[in-house]
Design a protein around this ligand. Structure first.
Ligand SMILES: Cc1cc2nc3c(=O)[nH]c(=O)nc-3n(C[C@H](O)[C@H](O)[C@H](O)COP(=O)(O)OP(=O)(O)OC[C@H]3O[C@@H](n4cnc5c(N)ncnc54)[C@H](O)[C@@H]3O)c2cc1C
Length: 384
């Protein structure tokens, strides 16, 4: 077992860290306060190759191994979870799903557009009445002579209003249940497609979150990814990939909390000394450090399994569950270290807390991760 990063991984880490600190971090507070999604950051990520992730170079990707992919995601998550959400959806839910399940023709058409940032992608699975119970898709796909007619509503879709391409899951044959679901590659400029913005979120203020409304959206036969009936399998495969990215992003939030807390505790004075000198403050920071390290190692372990080309569903759920809860706890504790100032947007930790919360919800809640882990080790499914 080797815990040392290799030279390539160190180079990727240094490049991603520099990019995060120099390009993403400077405007993060302003973007957050103004609730502004900045497409130029996505373009800049593409320019330095950070939109390519593990996608092979022949499709315009960066061909990264999965540890490097986690490191890039962590570095972005350390400074801005809204940009990290865009990255996770775009690379892990869209690019890697196309790479795994699409036809060669679809891969050649879409992957170079996505890895270059000429197109942004979104993933439309959740509906008003289908979240954890994703098989309960109400969006319909009806076969026509030339393709498919899509109708329905998606909810909580990250990148929804800034995307060019949407992965849309829809039911083709209701009596068949999850075996009737299909996945479609839908251009967002198709007539009948709209993406109303969702206002009033607790966090991720500069992430674009929308509904997707599909009213008689016509797509051609070649918009179908995989076979009719493969949709649920594709949706779950995509989430395996996306959850790995969420876990890595949360390692970043936790590390950001450690960094901010150490800085503050070694500057702030109370009772005539630096607050870092109080054992109870050190306890908060020590717990944060331990949980950050543990979250990182669990994420890298899942990455190691993915690098072997094996299914990492179990390891990914373990990492996602632990890292997301660790980030949420770290953010709360980082605010305690900062005292009253931690409650103000003068410091980043209040944003870390607001942004950390969604990670224990999206791409499968912590309860759903526990059910995946539980069913893996007991052999008994407890979902219904
Ligand atoms: C900011 C944001 C961005 C998002 N981005 C996307 C996106 O890009 N694409 C997309 O498709 N979706 C996205 N989502 C949706 C997200 O994945 C869902 O909200 C999430 O899966 C939970 O579904 P739900 O909200 O319907 O909650 P529900 O499924 O209604 O769950 C409510 C509660 O019941 C619990 N519960 C449900 N079933 C069980 C069970 N069997 N056993 C135990 N407990 C259970 C849950 O754990 C939760 O605590 C996003 C959500 C948010 C908030």
């Amino acid at each position: 077992m080797d815990f040392e990063l290799n030279a390539d991984q160190k180079a990727v880490r240094d490049m991603a860290r520099k990019f995060a600190d120099e390009v993403i971090a400077p405007g993060v507070r302003e973007r957050d306060i103004k609730h502004e999604f900045h497409a130029d950051i996505v373009k800049k990520l593409a320019e330095v190759g950070l939109l390519g992730g593990p996608v092979p170079e022949k499709y315009g990707g960066a061909g990264l191994d999965y540890i490097s992919h986690a490191i890039v995601t962590e570095e972005v998550g350390r400074v801005d979870s809204a940009v990290r959400t865009t990255l996770s959806v775009h690379i892990s839910l869209v690019e890697l799903t196309i790479l795994r399940y699409a036809s060669e023709e679809q891969k050649r058409r879409y992957l170079p557009e996505l890895t270059s940032g000429r197109m942004i992608g979104c993933y439309g699975l959740t509906e008003p009445d289908a979240g954890s119970d994703a098989a309960n898709q109400q969006t319909t796909a009806v076969k026509t002579d030339t393709g498919w007619l899509l109708n329905g509503n998606k909810m909580w879709i990250s990148n929804g209003g800034v995307s060019d391409l949407a992965l849309v899951f829809a039911q083709t044959d209701k009596p068949r249940g999850h075996k009737g679901i299909a996945c479609f590659l839908v251009p967002t400029d198709a007539p009948g497609f709209s993406a109303p913005i969702i206002e009033g979120k607790l966090g991720l203020w500069s992430s674009n979150t929308t509904e997707l409304v599909l009213e008689n959206v016509e797509v051609s036969d070649d918009a179908l990814m995989g076979e009719v009936g493969d949709g649920f399998k594709i949706a779950m495969g995509a989430l395996d990939s996306g959850r790995y990215s969420v876990a890595a992003g949360c390692v970043g939030i936790a590390q950001g909390c450690v960094d901010a807390s150490v800085k503050y505790a070694t500057e702030r004075e109370a009772f005539g000394r630096k607050i870092a000198g109080f054992q109870l403050v050190q306890e908060l920071i020590a717990d944060m450090v331990v949980q950050t390290e543990a979250a990182r190692l669990l994420t890298w372990k899942a990455g190691h399994v993915k690098n072997q080309g094996e299914s990492a569903t179990f390891e990914t759920s373990v990492a996602k569950y632990y890292a997301t809860e660790a980030a949420l706890k770290a953010a709360g504790d980082a605010i305690r270290v900062h005292g009253g100032y931690g409650y103000s947007n003068e410091y980043p930790v209040e944003r870390f807390l607001r942004d950390a919360q969604v990670n224990v919800l999206y791409e499968g809640t912590s309860q759903i991760q526990k059910l995946i882990i539980g069913s893996h080790v007991t052999g008994v499914r407890a979902f219904t």
